[in-house]
Design a protein around this ligand. Structure first.
Ligand SMILES: [Zn+2]
Length: 145
């Protein structure tokens, strides 16, 4: 897993309960969905990484992803079941987007044996985050799944 010649395919796990966190406000473009995302570590922490992947859906949607436990995504407007969703290939993942403005907000597994309890959050929806300062990590999803 520390072999840097290979892409990192580690399935993310929940951070330690006492790890530092930061909570960000997020919304889709039209505002139909608003939610708070608590990230650990905070995105401005030197150890924080954001995944940029070249798989077919990430490329098209421009996802920049972090992984948080489901309970660290809390909706203040709308709800996960109000999103439109899309899945493909193995159909293990639901890709959630706003049915009005089309913003691609998050991804969750619908297979309890795959990525359980983790939400992949598109940081492009987060307010007050300067994308240029993020520590992007390249994921070679095109050649993995
Ligand atoms: Zn919207």
């Amino acid at each position: 897993m520390s072999d840097t010649a290979k892409p990192d395919v580690t399935i993310p796990t929940a951070p330690a309960a006492d790890a530092p966190t930061a909570t960000y406000q997020a919304s889709c473009h039209c505002g139909a969905f608003s939610y708070n995302v608590t990230a650990s570590p905070p995105l401005n922490d030197p150890s924080a990484t954001v995944m940029e992947c070249n798989c077919s859906i990430c490329e098209r949607n421009g996802y920049l992803l972090i992984y948080v436990p489901d309970e660290r995504v809390s909706f203040t407007k709308g709800a996960i079941e109000d999103f439109r969703s899309y899945s493909f290939a193995s159909k293990k993942m639901n890709h959630y987007f706003c049915g009005t403005c089309g913003a691609s907000c998050m991804i969750r597994s619908k297979d309890p044996s795959f990525f359980p309890g983790i939400t992949c959050v598109n940081v492009r929806m987060l307010r007050d985050v300067d994308l240029k300062t993020l520590n992007l990590k390249f994921g070679d999803g095109k050649n993995l799944w």
